[in-house]
Design a protein around this ligand. Structure first.
Ligand code: ZN
Length: 55
């Protein structure tokens, strides 16, 4: 295996700042009605959006 450098979140959209992620979240909500949650990733230390199953 030579995928030691592949992050589990490799296929996710990553944001450099929480502000950017929150902007994308608002856009998704507006466009698609999706309720997403913003979280900081422990793997890449960037920000991702995830589906909020509690909502
Ligand atoms: Zn990540």
């Amino acid at each position: 295996m030579d995928d030691d450098n592949v992050l589990p979140c490799e296929d996710k959209i990553a944001f450099n700042s929480k502000k950017d992620a929150l902007g994308a979240k608002a856009l998704a909500k507006h466009r698609y009605g999706n309720s997403l949650v913003v979280y900081k990733c422990k793997y890449c230390l960037l920000w991702h959006l995830a589906t909020d199953y509690n909502n």
